[in-house]
Design a binder for this molecule. Structure first.
Ligand code: AHR
Length: 668
């Protein structure tokens, strides 16, 4: 049996007839034959506000419900400090709005307050306020007072345990009857890192004080003022992703038109952003992570934006009819593209410059909607897609327009396909050959959301990662067709997991790539698969044949009697792929061994004059398929890179049980 990697046509039923093997798998690499190009934008990220991805996640804001707009309770996450004094109270009022969008203010009546027993308000953050040693935090808030109260107010970060340790504290004064913004630095000393802390604003003298937009930021990645958490950004930067698909997902569409991601309400200073109910996932979004922040996130780790524009379909309120009704939404999308790409001479380019980013961003891909196959009205997406496509192409002919499902009437440059494989379905290994036989004409493919969800845990285990690695290898060796891929969801806050789906906790969707709480973060085994693949691929897919594949597929992978089925065949428990860097001549051999025992692969390289005896090997392996990472054990399963010897044009290597390996050989 042979397998030509790349654009080859291959009958899936061949795999069902794989003979029982004797001796090792033989992988023959034809170094002289580049079957196709590896897509330069293959590996990327997909993101949306789900599982507290931004608020309580990447977006570094530490105050939860900072503008008192939570739909279940506008005072949610806030409490009174030193409630003992008679008559002290806290309420949300609308008669002292900060401006036309931040209309809910918190009113503190400090009837009884003294130095010994201050009165105040406290916020526990997103399941804790992280404290790191010797770190400057930046607190800010708007305040006004009644009856001549001028302060001072004490701003502090205090532990919630019995010790009530004060980690940092500062005072502000000068309150008046008018709104004023106060900003202070809170710098911690040489204290141990902790997260069971709260942020407090208090007064030692009686008064009535109104607050709005109470904010606390730690240092951020690249020191952006309204920026992102450093640890999570570093995990992402280490993946070297080439693009970011944003802002969703269901979050883009919302349940109704009113709760879509309305980009025009996510720009300007954060005091001008109303926020909105993320009803797709059941919690309030501050929109602190707005359109410009997404773009700056791209800029910070050198990704290109894949901008998903709202396309007139929301999940529970149906669609906007094609034609004049849809036109304002098409105009919104064109304005959005202008905000991203326009120079300062354009209306929206000038707005972006006023918002703090004079330089336009590069934009190559625009996606029209999300999962529009769920718009059940026959043919409706065909019409909506055509209206957006025509308008975008007329003004921006170079932009590649992505459809979210197959359409007629127009040929999208790319079609976004989603694949979540869970327990009870065909395992992801069974999708290794999904694209081998697809025609190479017409639209390219974006595997824009996909994941193995067998573990049904917050983050994937090794079994999930092995499935992911096999599928990803299939995408890579078909990346002349599948030009982009992104795992989804990207993030989960694991502090208060009550998922799946709208359980009210910090998780709405189980099996997510990166987990974190207020203090720490970790990559899952599937994260390491993405990273290993993304940093080791070169630009050419080499032709290769595989022989002697063992017929040792576990029952879930076995082809049904009679041969082919969805997802093609199986390659047993060994999956291989080969790419090369045409400039450096480095050859990347990827091997997934999803079996419980080590397996030998004999590698023959034809068409290269020599292969250096020494190379590099990156391996991730685990003692069991259930092995996984967590906040407590963030690197229990991880990839390890080392030098490897004994290489050449012909060698045999043993691949450990439950492992993903990238061998980097140096050709000439
Ligand atoms: O990734 C979670 C959800 O799955 C996305 O919001 C949606 O596009 C898909 O159905």
């Amino acid at each position: 049996m042979t397998l030509l990697l790349g654009a080859a046509a291959l009958a899936p039923s061949l795999f069902a007839q794989a003979p029982a093997a004797s001796g090792p798998v033989v992988l023959t690499i034809k170094a002289g034959e580049a079957a196709a190009k590896v897509s330069p934008v293959l590996y990327g990220l997909m993101t949306e506000e789900i599982n507290y991805s931004y608020d309580g996640g990447l977006y570094a804001e530490l105050i939860n419900n900072r503008t008192f707009k939570d739909r279940t309770n506008p005072l949610r996450y806030w409490k009174l400090v030193q409630d003992a004094g008679e008559g002290n109270s806290m309420s949300v009022v609308t008669d002292r709005p900060l401006n036309s969008v931040l209309t809910n203010s918190l009113k503190l009546v400090a009837h009884t307050a003294s130095k010994e027993k201050p009165a105040g308000i406290a916020n526990d953050g997103f399941w804790g306020i992280p404290v790191q040693p010797n770190t400057p935090y930046r607190a800010s808030f708007y305040a006004r007072a009644a009856d001549g109260f001028t302060g001072p107010l004490t701003v502090s970060i205090v532990s919630t345990n019995a010790s009530a340790s004060v980690f940092a504290s500062a005072e502000v004064s000068g309150l008046s009857a008018n709104w004023k913004k106060f900003e202070v630095a809170l710098t911690t000393g040489n204290v141990p890192a902790s997260k069971d802390n709260q942020f407090i604003i208090s007064t030692a003298s009686p008064g009535t004080i109104f607050f709005n937009l109470i904010s606390l930021f730690p240092p951020t990645y690249n020191d952006r003022p309204n920026g992102n958490r450093k640890d999570i950004m570093q995990l992402l930067a280490d993946m070297h992703p080439s693009f970011l698909r944003f802002p969703g997902g269901n979050y883009l569409e919302g349940n109704t038109v009113a709760t879509r991601f309305n980009w025009k309400e996510t720009i300007h200073d954060i005091s001008k952003r109303p926020g909105h109910q993320d009803d797709a996932w059941g919690y309030w979004s501050s929109d602190g992570m707005g359109l410009l922040e997404f773009l700056e996130w791209c800029e910070d780790i050198h990704m290109e934006p894949v901008l998903a524009v709202y396309a007139g379909y929301s999940m529970r309120s149906g669609h906007i009819a094609t034609g004049p009704d849809l036109e304002p939404f098409v105009k919104d999308a064109l304005d959005e593209i202008e905000y991203v790409t326009g120079d300062a001479g354009t209306t929206w380019g000038a707005q972006r410059a006023a918002d703090g980013h004079p330089a336009p961003f590069k934009l190559e891909f625009v996606e029209v909607g999300n999962e529009d196959q769920f718009d059940r009205t026959a043919g409706n997406y065909n019409g909506r897609f055509a209206q957006f496509y025509d308008a975008i192409k007329a003004k921006y002919p170079k932009i590649q327009v992505i459809a979210t499902t197959g359409v007629t009437g127009r040929t999208p440059d790319v079609v976004d396909n989603h694949l979540y494989v869970g327990a009870g379905e065909v395992a992801m290994q069974g999708h290794f050959h999904d694209y081998d036989n697809r025609p190479r004409t017409g639209s390219k493919v974006f595997e824009g959301e996909w994941a193995t969800r067998g573990s049904r845990a917050s983050t994937p285990n090794m079994a999930d990662a092995l499935g992911d690695a096999a599928f990803l290898m299939g995408l890579e060796h078909n990346s002349d067709l599948v030009i982009m891929e992104s795992y989804a969801p990207l993030f989960v806050n694991v502090s208060d997991v009550r998922g799946p789906r709208g359980g009210g906790g910090s998780q709405q969707w189980e099996v997510d790539l990166i987990g974190y709480d207020a203090l720490g973060s970790y990559g899952s085994p599937s994260y390491y698969v993405q990273k290993m693949f993304s940093v080791n691929h070169g630009d050419e897919i080499l032709a290769a044949t595989v022989a002697n594949v063992p017929a040792n597929a576990p029952a879930r992978d076995a082809a049904p009697a009679g041969g082919a089925r969805r997802g093609g065949g199986t390659q047993g428990t060994i999956f291989t792929g080969v790419t090369r860097d045409s400039k450096t001549k480095a050859i990347y051999v990827k091997v997934v061994n999803s079996a419980a025992q080590a397996q030998d692969v004999h590698i023959e390289i034809q068409g290269a004059s020599a292969i250096a005896p020494t190379g590099q090997i990156t391996v991730m392996s685990a003692a069991s398929p259930e092995a996984t990472n967590s906040i407590k054990e963030p690197k229990k399963v991880t990839s390890v890179t080392s030098e490897v010897t004994g290489l050449g044009k012909s060698f045999t290597r043993s691949f450990p049980p439950y492992s993903v390996t990238v061998l980097q050989l140096q050709g000439t």
